[in-house]
Write a protein that binds this ligand. Structure first.
Ligand SMILES: [Zn+2]
Length: 237
């Protein structure tokens, strides 16, 4: 099963619309993990797109917020009451947090990252949730110093492959942290961000487009994260 996911990380509407549009053009499914209310996401084509939640618990860790994890979860669940899945910002999770996720009847957790592993499989957690690992993320790809000529994972539909693309890096065609650090100052200003788009070497956007092209040309079916969780439940009742 080939699966695309995207953590929207407070991107402005134009940046989210840009990523949605790429998936729409190629007819490829994607699960968006949402940080905030986005009209673009809300009105998007639900045949192709699923919305999960992407809460940020980091302010609790660094002491900049006195909110409780419950409050943070409920704020984003109020915006997306239909959400079935969760990936925390920075992948933050713990046994306590997983308990709170299960209490909100979330079906799956997507916080387990296994970069470039080609044998990832979903498994059931003690609280009944399905954990779906993922094996590719754009900003980790450049953290390893890898080129965006290739994802480093063969697109084999018989295996589970779960990509994670951030709309900001698709928009910037990011290839390294230096570009992102420069552009970051204008995070909420899409016009200025365009001036920072990488046109020199292959980047995140180019790689995403080549993966989408591959899926379309080979008629590879793509799946939402909920499809993966339901498929697992069917085979492991
Ligand atoms: Zn994030």
């Amino acid at each position: 099963m080939i699966v695309f996911t995207s953590d929207i990380d407070w991107a402005p509407e134009e940046v989210i619309a840009d990523t949605l549009n790429l998936f729409e053009v190629y007819g490829v499914k994607c699960t968006f993990f949402s940080t905030h209310h986005s009209l673009e996401l809300t009105k998007s084509n639900k045949k192709l797109f699923e919305i999960g939640i992407h809460p940020n618990f980091n302010p609790i860790l660094n002491g900049s917020s006195d909110k409780r994890p419950d409050d943070i979860l409920d704020e984003i669940m109020d915006i997306h009451p239909e959400a079935q899945g969760i990936r925390s910002h920075s992948m933050l999770q713990s046994t306590n947090l997983l308990q709170l996720f299960a209490e909100r009847k979330l079906l799956y957790d997507a916080n387990h990252f296994m970069p470039y592993h080609t044998d990832i499989k979903p498994f059931r957690l003690w609280n009944g949730m399905i954990r779906i690992p993922y094996n590719w993320e754009d900003d980790v790809h450049w953290a390893y110093g890898y080129s965006f000529d290739s994802s480093g994972i063969e697109l084999d539909p018989d295996k589970l492959i779960v990509f994670d693309f951030h709309p900001i890096h698709v928009f910037l065609n990011t290839e390294n942290k230096y570009r992102y650090n420069e552009a970051k100052k204008f995070y909420q200003d899409p016009k200025t961000l365009l001036n920072y788009r990488n046109k020199e070497v292959v980047g995140t956007r180019d790689l995403l487009i080549s993966l989408l092209t591959f899926c379309k040309q080979n008629k590879n079916e793509t799946f939402k994260m909920t499809d993966v969780a339901i498929d697992f439940t069917r085979n492991n009742p």
